[in-house]
Design a protein around this ligand. Sequence first.
Ligand SMILES: Cc1ncc(COP(=O)(O)O)c(C=O)c1O
Length: 399
Amino acid sequence: MDYKCLLADRTNRMQANAIREILKVVATPGIISLAGGIPSPESFPMDIIRTLTQQVLEKYKSSAFQYDLTEGFLPLREQISILLGARGINILPDAVNITSGSQGVLDAIAKLTISKGDKIALESPTYLGALSAFNPYEPCYIPMEMDDEGLVPESLELVLKTHVIKFIYLVPTFQNPTGRSLTLERRIKIADIIQRHNVLLVEDDPYSSLRYKGDPVPAIKTLAPDHVIYISTLSKVFAPGLRIGFYAAPKFIREWLVLVKQGVDLHTSTFNQALAAEYLAGKHMDAHLPRIIDIYKPRQRAMTDALERMLPQGFSCAPSDGGMFLWVSGPKGFNALSLYDKAIEKGVAFVPGHFFYTDPEQGLETMRLNYTMADVATIEIAVEKLCDAIRDMQRREKK
Ligand SMILES: Cc1ncc(COP(=O)(O)O)c(C=O)c1O
């Protein structure tokens, strides 16, 4: 049978995530991977999960295994409303919706809003998973400029003056892939710009709780509540396999997003939502988050210090106060794609930054390095191997 002719047109833009292909190579024994993008399994509160499982069975009995509301399991929505309140986002439990990971709401937003050719403005580079969610609906991407303080507001202003945009997609805090964050000053400017242009912003915030230094910065949602869909997740502060995401959106959009979700999975796992509700209600997250930070903070420090010591001249690492990634840029002409095979020969893997750009001409000189999966000693060895590979490549190019 010709299976290919069964495929809808929208599959033209769907492709295997380049990073997943890279991760296949990385599974080879002897390779230290800085290529991953996942939390360390050491960060999962296994003992607490054991206790909570028992608690959920006793407290919710069979209702933890029943169909439930598409909007989400009410005890969890109550807890998320409190969690959002602590982030300065004040919404009632009724207005909180739960999704299957934040990926679930990115997909729903795309399905709800994007018609073929619609323009989406995004940071350059951006989160690949968002592109995977948006691509089937065949949008056009309008990349915006970033620097070490995140999105450049003037770039947003220019894009909004010159294009009709369906929505803006940003990861303003400890961005994947760069680890960079928008300053408060820029958040205020961006909030002002989106309100003046009356345009919708999708603010994706999976990492703000993973802060290793500096003071928290308010979400843009707190500055322009009617113009922002704020998305977050328990993936990095509880366990990603439970697939618990949540969002706060203007009422009109929220009601539509519920309709979209109904057609996809009816609702997120009731049992997992009940576990998450107990995790938050029992203040286990408050107790456990500092432990997660204790695992990642020294790893980030070790990587930053090692890069500072060992990176050849002309290379730099973007400053970052949290999250899971560091972003290295080389001098003009350096090609991180060509470095990749050489780094693998030395025994270290990373993700060439090029993959995170929607413009194929951009980002050849950049690399994303993950520090959550390796311990401090291994990170130091990995950075040494990486810098050796860069030097070898530079020597060979000079010959
Ligand atoms: C920026 C960003 N958004 C969304 C997600 C998806 O997270 P979730 O596990 O909640 O679907 C990730 C995961 O790495 C991410 O980095």
